[in-house]
Design a protein around this ligand. Structure first.
Ligand code: DP6
Length: 330
């Protein structure tokens, strides 16, 4: 095979994963929805040099080699090595990726990126049985270190289960994309890269005195979100998503040293959500490890949401997403 191309979507978590246990498993289960407009396209081919190389194309079309200068970048090279070892593949690979959205700005680019990278290498090295078994693929993607990436394997609404061993931590589909016309309008208030990547943030979570409380109080919420998806209950999922966002950011802000991802723009959008909701518009917020705000609403209100938030002086642009298929081979 001369080349393989795959696409994988990012996802927005309504219940968020933050922090790892000692054996590198997510500390809590998480539940998300795939994002149709935030997609990574990755092509894998044989390398001309005697080493694996990763190239990233930015939004402006500039291509650069991924340097091994951060935990996250090193993990990407380690993941190629891991998959090659499983396949018994001896050659070297070139992996070229392109995002359709701002990278490293809290729009889960490592979710789509690590899912596409793993899946592309899996297919190129002939591990088609793993690619076709989405539970196994999600386990392998999770080993990349970006647990959110294993949720991008599946279609639509997805839960990542955590467990006591690596074998117990995998993603499952809760409902397919066409189950519910939910919409995620991302209000981009900063397309710059965040200062602290999630890979570093997960390590800091354990230093927060609030972490225990978060893990305890979220248990009930996990069941409520699963139920809200199955019942297409926007109010329930919206309230839970907002509570979970604030709970996770409370852990971040009480870590040592503290992590603040919210900016003036983030706060302005949050206040606008409350104001619009009190005037009758059903819109809720969710914020990952970044400043940008995901606005959750139903498709019937999407135009109004885009119109209202585009007027906010901090909003650079909006990106409209619907639930979509998970990883696909092109
Ligand atoms: C806050 O390390 O999986 O998005 O943030 O894209 O680097 P990136 O991914 P990862 O951490 C995800 C953390 C989160 C919450 C979530 O998506 O569950």
């Amino acid at each position: 095979m001369s080349m393989v191309t795959v696409t994988a979507p990012a996802n927005i978590a309504f219940i968020k994963y933050w922090g790892n246990s000692k054996n590198n498993l997510p500390l809590n289960p998480s539940i998300s929805m795939t994002l149709s407009s935030c997609v990574t396209t990755t092509t894998v081919s044989s390398a001309e040099k005697e080493e694996d190389l990763i190239f990233i194309e930015n939004e402006g079309g500039e291509v650069s080699e991924l340097k091994k200068d951060s935990i996250k970048n090193i993990k990407a090279y380690e993941q190629i090595e891991r998959v090659k070892n499983i396949a018994g593949f001896k050659g070297f690979l070139t992996v070229s990726s392109k995002n359709s959205f701002p990278s490293m700005a809290g729009i889960a680019s490592s979710a789509s990126g690590f899912c596409a990278l793993t899946s592309g290498v899996v297919l190129f090295t002939g591990l088609n049985n793993i690619f076709n078994d989405k539970k196994e693929l999600s386990k392998l993607v999770r080993l990349s270190g970006s647990a959110s990436a294993s949720r991008s394997v599946h279609n639509g609404f997805v839960e990542l289960k955590t467990g006591k061993s690596e074998d117990e931590s995998f993603a499952v589909e809760i409902a397919p994309p066409d189950h519910w016309s939910l919409c995620d309008v991302i209000a981009v208030v900063s397309s710059k890269s965040k200062k602290t990547p999630s890979s570093e943030g997960h390590l800091l979570a354990l230093t927060s005195p609030y972490l225990k409380t978060r893990i305890h109080e979220m248990q009930k919420r996990i069941g409520l979100v699963r139920e809200a998806i199955l019942n297409r209950d926007l109010e329930k999922i919206g309230i839970c998503a907002e509570q979970d966002t604030i709970s996770m950011h409370a852990v971040m802000m009480t870590s040592i040293p503290p992590l603040y991802y919210f900016t003036e723009g983030t706060m302005s959008v949050i206040h606008q959500v409350f104001k619009l909701r009190s005037s009758g518009l059903a819109v809720y917020f969710s914020i990952d490890a970044g400043a940008n705000v995901h606005l959750i609403c139903e498709k019937k209100d999407e135009k109004k949401v885009v119109e209202e938030f585009s007027r906010n002086e901090f909003v650079e642009k909006t990106i409209v997403n619907y639930p979509c298929p998970g990883v696909c081979q092109l």
